[in-house]
Ligand binder design. Structure first.
Ligand code: GH3
Ligand code: MG
Ligand code: MG
Ligand code: MG
Length: 301
């Protein structure tokens, strides 16, 4: 869900409790704050629950702010979090190094609090915009369910997880039956409404948060079901087929029945090294083809 009004969280990292107190007090109320008093603690917090912005001291025992910044920028979970150095190191070379490491800003102590707050707000606003854009890029504009890009990312992720852990992945391909005739008879606008209704119906039928349903393109949908074998995948496919059937959306020109139906191809596999997820996708697509040949409004595996 895209939310522009959520509260953003700032991680304040400094080895001096007095500094943390000043910054924390100024920020709290407007934003959520978490604190770390050394680099390692900061990395742990950031990797486990990435904040929206990091205020980072440089002079700290053990791991300094530069090294902490390097490691944050090196990890896919934290590389895009804006980092502002807040430090007593005020030489030009210090600031140059900080910015070269990827920090968005560099503030020297003693700081003027209103300037720090203004800069924090600027970078939080930019972070929110880029988060929203990233989310929008993964949503299908018509149906507002995940799009093909999100599906491909998730399948790649689950494929790797399956390779490591040996769990099966279920994949379902869905195609609306005789949708060309639907468009021809009811018009393209109502065709769009039908696509939305089917998309929302499919989304309602998968209560497990780890499952993903996406619009693959046109009137085709696809599901990724982690940790699901072929029997489980077929069971989900049947449920989806019945749920769309039960909506009873009129389709006068359908040769199947008198309302909108879908055909479903269901396949599952355990990923093995050297094999790509494309093979599973092709298998599900082949099953879908056979479901069409087999009379539509049905599931094949
Ligand atoms: P089958 O039962 O074999 O799947 O027949 P079909 O008519 O559904 O198959 P076909 O692939 O020939 O037709 C798909 C139709 O879906 C054609 C296209 O105009 C329509 N379509 C694709 N995307 C959209 C869309 O975004 N909106 C609308 N309204 N129609 C779309
Ligand atoms: Mg310090
Ligand atoms: Mg089609
Ligand atoms: Mg179709």
């Amino acid at each position: 869900m895209i939310r522009a009004d959520r509260k953003q969280r700032i991680l304040v990292v400094d080895d001096m409790p007095a500094n943390i107190k000043i910054l924390g007090q100024a920020i709290r109320g407007r934003h959520e704050v978490s604190v770390a008093t050394n680099g390692r603690q900061a990395l742990n917090l950031a990797f486990n629950d990435p904040p929206d912005l990091i205020l980072l001291d440089i002079l700290m025992p053990d791991m300094d702010g530069y090294e902490t910044c390097r490691r944050l920028k090196d990890d896919s979970r934290t590389k895009d979090i804006p980092i502002i150095f807040v430090t007593s190191k005020d030489e030009l070379e210090d600031e140059t190094l900080g910015l070269e490491l990827g920090a968005v800003d560099y503030i020297t102590k003693p700081f003027h609090l209103p300037i720090v707050l203004a800069r924090i707000n600027t970078h939080l606003r930019l972070k929110l915009q880029s988060d929203l854009l990233e989310e929008l890029a993964k949503i299908d504009a018509l149906t507002e369910i995940p799009n093909r890009r999100q599906f491909e990312e998730r399948l790649a992720f689950e494929w790797q997880r399956s390779q490591r852990g040996g769990h099966p992945i279920g994949l379902i391909m869905i195609d609306i039956d005789e949708f060309k005739k639907y468009n021809d008879f009811y018009g393209h606008a109502q065709g769009d409404e039908c696509l939305k209704a089917v998309a929302h119906c499919l989304a309602r039928e998968i209560p497990r948060s780890q499952d993903l349903v996406a619009r693959y393109g046109g009137e085709e949908f696809v599901l990724v079901l982690p940790d699901t074998d072929v029997d489980g995948t077929v069971a989900v496919g049947r449920r989806l087929c019945q749920a769309v059937d039960a909506m009873n959306l009129p389709h006068e020109k359908s040769s199947v029945v008198d309302h909108v139906t879908i055909s479903v191809g269901a396949a599952a596999a355990i990923a093995v090294a050297g094999q790509s997820s494309t093979e599973l996708l092709l298998l599900a697509d082949e099953c879908l083809y056979r479901a069409k040949e087999g009379g539509r409004n049905t599931v094949w595996s």
